[in-house]
Design a protein. Sequence first.
Length: 329
Amino acid sequence: MYDLESKILETLDAAEQVMELLETDNLIDILADSKATGDEIAVRRAESEVTEKEIDVTRESFRAVAYRSSLLFFCIVDLNIIDPMYQYSLQWFQRLFASSVRDSQPSEDVTERIAILNEYQTLSLYQNVCRSLFERHKLLFSLLLCTKILFGDNKIDPDEWRFFLSGASGEIEPMQNPTDWLDDLEWTQVHKQLHVMDTKLPAFAGILEYFINFHKKFKKIFDSPNAHEEPLPGEWNTKLNSLQKMLVLKAIRADKITLAIQNYITEQIGKQYIEPPTFRLSDCYKDSSNISPLIFVLSTGSDPVASFLKLCQDNDMMNRYDTISLGQG
């Protein structure tokens, strides 16, 4: 339209008289083209407005995927608190997200597609990040991932989570030990935990009194080699959710919390999130590109040369690599 208007003005400017203007076929053709183009643009604009609304509706329906992605990104950003080695860029995360969209199973059903995308990108992130974590931090990352998702779905009480992390605080005068299976030091710790839970967390109202009156029912948990799998006595087994049950377990058998966490993660997001993938250099290579190279950060005694040469051989690149010695230090 801009080009047509420019041509019209140029023709008008070139015509010296009105009669000459009226006799100019070129101007008449330009005006005809302008009208036809204007009508076509009006139709296309109307169509584009309808299409834009459809795009907005479809895009809005995928907001759940964007929300999950934001939860996952800030989950890995927090890992640098654990170890300054754990640094993940937004650009890397964006590439990982794009590959999840591209490689996950397609579906015409929006609800099903959202579920597929969320599961695929979550598992992909877990497997990628696990490759860069020390072994002792992998279960911790699984727990962070699990709770981040559950917090996003409003399935965790912040006060209960805070208590799970920090335990009871402050000075509490212990009651007389009513049990014959806890020594005084153990009872002091159990009483302190249960007292704070009873008074600070609504879901546990009455648990301290119940423990005092029926403490023998809790002895089975205390004595069991699989305390993390033992049901709670009375109504507490059905009244409390899995996280709340872990708080009780932490008060009685804190040594079994690691196993309980594994069960909790399995129950909430799946067993695959407590089974870290075996490190394979070929998988790392698939995630690299010509602008995102692989860099080996070596600890004392480690030597990746054999793995690197095998990767070159498997990909028919034995004549496409160079080695440069940078010298010692």
